[in-house]
Ligand binder design. Sequence first.
Ligand code: MLT
Length: 394
Amino acid sequence: MNIKLNEHFLDVKETYLFSDIAKRVKKFQEENPGREIIRMGIGDVTLPLPASVASAMEDAAKQMAVKESFRGYPPEYGYDFLRNAIADHYKAIGAACVTPDTVYVSDGAKSDLGNFPDILGDNPVIVPDPVYPVYVDSNLMNGRKISFAGGTKENGFLPEPPSGTDIEPSVIYICSPNNPTGAVYSREGLKAWVDFAIKTGSLIIFDAAYEAFISEDKPHTIYEIPGAESCAVEISSFSKFAGFTGVRCGWTVVPDAIEANGIKLSKFWARRQATKFNGVSYVTQAGAAASLSGKGLEDCMANIAYYKRNAKVLAEVFSEKGIYFTGGVNSPYIWLECPDNMGGWDFFDSILNRFGIVGTPGEGFGTNGTGFFRLTAFGSYENTLKACEYFKSL
Ligand code: MLT
């Protein structure tokens, strides 16, 4: 065949990080049949959907089986009941600037993060390092030039805006609470980025997928920061909050005030979604709406509390052992420095072989992840305690 391919795909790693890890674990299981595996690698939830949320989905499914209440294609930007519920959620966390018409419901944050570059031109892109690989890969696939804002031990893995003049208008990715480091920006820290974006005419893409894990006084949304509604879109998800990794639902907020060269960003995003996306199922949206209020919200927060207890016991072990880490408080992730100057992949092999524990090597998240390792708190409490005992023996 002689068609041209998008050869920018040659610029991304051959396999996606978590697929690579899954393959290695499968091989380990084949070679060690019967060995127990404690999964702390991919950030996938393990608690079932709250009964209150599942029951809203069940009711919605029953409505779909009745002629009078059957629904076909969903509205492309989400049902009003869910867009309203998401806007109410923002009101509750102090961001009244998010109105229902600025909310675009989708099948998850990963899709929106991957798709957003569709509507952006050839701008320089600034991403943190370490970083959730989707920000990097989806820009490389479009041939974008990426520079990195380094997270390090010195800045607590909370990179600051680049200094200097002559900075071109850029697309900036920020995730707080951060994946993979679990570090969370303070209001001042986020304000520095918002001020930088306004000064340089840049756009922030803010990933708030882990917002529900915040229990300290930290910003839950970029829209807590004055001026953010003119320079930031926010992408979020029901995956970790409501246990929807297998159900699939998320959203993107594109404020009306964001314009580039006289064109509203919301116009392009709305157009992109209308053409390339056919909406999220009614059953899913009914469950998502149920998770945002009353018993549904209470039950989802109880699940979050369960995972936060896992994170806490892990954090206690690393604190006791004097191992440097970030996260574990406002986040389901613990980002630790590998003991004995080990590289992340060596540590991966070591704890898999010794204890059957699967984590994620920091190297998978970027150069600054070298010698670091990510553990998730999404497993069972019992397995987390087992892992803690193993880590104590390190
Ligand atoms: C992760 O482990 O980093 C996440 O589960 C990936 C994702 O949310 O897509």
